[in-house]
Design a protein around this ligand. Structure first.
Ligand SMILES: Cc1cc2nc3c(=O)[nH]c(=O)nc-3n(C[C@H](O)[C@H](O)[C@H](O)COP(=O)(O)O)c2cc1C
Length: 310
């Protein structure tokens, strides 16, 4: 089978571990690509993936984190193993070290089979306080772990996979930025309406003639809380890839669209900003529905994980 070992490394220590894992997988009879995580653009040709990240302040190095998020839906359909390179003492050799919370969350997202922590490597001249200097990597043990992964992979049944649309990461980023943009500007707009509530500092109260409101207080609060905070919450859920985040995004997109239509009906003025926000709302809503449909179709193909039983 063809296996990818993708690594996120800053100073080369994790890359060395990734190569040892790759050798172990070859020992187990697989053909293997060992690549820097940022260089991988598709997982289509792989039957299994090992992802390794260097630990910096309890987080994986950026390339490894981004790799997981960029290829999330493809990883969820593949058998995946994680390893971290970190401790600058022999603690990883002495006992099984659990991953830090940030890595455990990624492991649960992709449904990883296993996480393994290996000792890291400290380059001369880089010595955070209270950390030892040296190379604590155990390359033979790492290679043996890679071979074990390879054997587990042989034993796993072949699975049908659904190709992940190439637009997936782009649409995910698009809805995130649209919700963030709408959230921040709607909060600012709502706050401005509330502060000019008496019609002196803000828009004239005569604008509310065709509405049930006498001041801008309630419209301002609705804009700030429902549209603004709602969109910020949706952006946060989508960024963290919380389950069903796309549904929150669709509600956030619908809220902007409804806000603009209500405004047109009640205020009866027209500006390019309304066109812009109406467009943003419709695109957010449509993109969220697309994400929901695709993720829903992919969900039954998720591989059950011993780390996160589903
Ligand atoms: C600033 C800094 C922060 C680090 N934070 C952690 C940490 O939180 N946990 C850990 O186990 N190791 C930590 N380490 C050790 C590194 O993970 C280790 O050096 C690793 O081998 C680096 O991998 P790389 O050479 O692939 O970049 C840290 C090292 C540095 C320099």
């Amino acid at each position: 089978m063809r296996v990818l070992v993708a690594y996120g490394s800053k100073r080369g220590g994790t890359e060395g571990l990734a190569r040892a894992v790759g050798e172990g997988l070859v020992d187990a009879g697989h053909s293997v690509d060992v690549l820097s995580a940022e260089k991988v653009d598709s997982l289509e040709r792989y039957d299994g993936v090992v992802v390794g990240g260097a630990l910096y302040a309890w987080f994986w190095q950026r390339d490894a984190r981004r790799f997981v998020k960029r290829h999330l839906e493809a990883l969820q359909q593949l058998p995946v193993w994680f390893f971290s390179s970190g401790p600058l003492d022999d603690s990883a050799k002495q006992r099984e070290l659990p991953p830090p919370g940030s890595v455990a969350r990624l492991a649960r997202l992709v449904g990883a089979q296993q996480h393994k922590t290996f000792g890291g490597r400290m380059l001369p001249g880089v010595q955070p306080i209270a950390l030892a200097r040296g190379d604590f990597r155990d390359l033979p043990a790492t290679r043996a772990w890679g071979q074990g992964v390879g054997e587990q992979l042989h034993a796993m049944p072949a699975r049908e996979r659904v190709p992940v649309p190439r637009a997936m990461p782009l649409v995910h980023r698009l809805v995130f930025w649209l919700c963030l943009f709408t959230g921040i500007t709607a909060i600012a707009g709502g706050a401005a309406l509330i502060s000019g509530v008496n019609g002196v500092d803000g828009p004239p109260l005569a604008m509310l003639e065709h509405s049930p409101f006498e001041t801008f207080l309630v419209p301002g609060l609705l804009l700030l809380v429902v549209v603004g905070m709602g969109n910020l919450a949706a952006a946060t859920l989508e960024a963290r890839r919380i389950a069903h985040s796309e549904l929150a995004v669709s509600v956030a997109g619908a809220a902007v669209t409804v806000w603009i239509v209500t405004q047109l009906v009640m205020i009866r003025t027209f500006s390019w900003l309304q066109v812009l926000y109406f467009g943003v709302g419709v695109v957010t809503f449509g993109a969220a529905l697309w994400l929901w449909r695709v993720r829903h179709r992919l969900a039954p193909h998720r591989i059950a994980s011993p780390l996160a039983p589903r």
